[in-house]
Ligand binder design. Structure first.
Ligand code: HEC
Length: 108
């Protein structure tokens, strides 16, 4: 049920804004996630962008505790951050924009 709500949230939002997403990133995520492969507590968002679909990135931000197992983590250290749905959409779009080529585009 929760998943359906997250999905509805996701599709009902206005189109995302990558520049606003970068501002959200700087304010709320940069303490734990790098974007130039400097390394930090959480994964660099280039790796996330390459491996994850935007809707999964969105779900993780909305509910880290409910998603960490599905993402392959054995524990959850990322807090749930109080963001507006539009801010989540913008930052998810920003992360998605970092890598143009995605893992699932590979054919083998
Ligand atoms: C206090 C540190 C911290 C902050 C702040 C933080 N994260 Fe995280 N994040 C983590 C850690 C640690 C993980 C690894 C899994 C876990 O502990 O939940 C993670 C995992 C993730 C994942 C899953 C990555 C993957 O591909 O496996 C996404 C997506 C994510 N964070 C997005 C964000 C976004 C977007 C923000 C800002 C709005 C943010 N995080 C803020 C620490 C943080």
């Amino acid at each position: 049920m929760k998943k359906i709500f997250i999905w509805l949230f996701f599709v009902s939002l206005a189109s995302a804004d990558v520049e606003k997403g970068f501002d959200v990133y700087k304010t709320h995520c940069a303490g734990c996630h790098s974007v130039k492969m400097e390394g930090s507590m959480g994964r660099d968002f280039n790796l996330v962008s390459y491996e994850r679909k935007k809707e999964d990135i969105f779900s993780y931000i909305v509910d880290p505790a409910g998603n960490y197992k599905r993402f392959g983590y054995s524990s959850n250290a990322m807090p749930k951050i109080a963001l507006k749905p539009q801010e989540v959409n913008d930052v998810a779009d920003y992360i998605d924009s970092l890598q143009k080529f995605k893992k699932w585009m590979k054919k083998n």
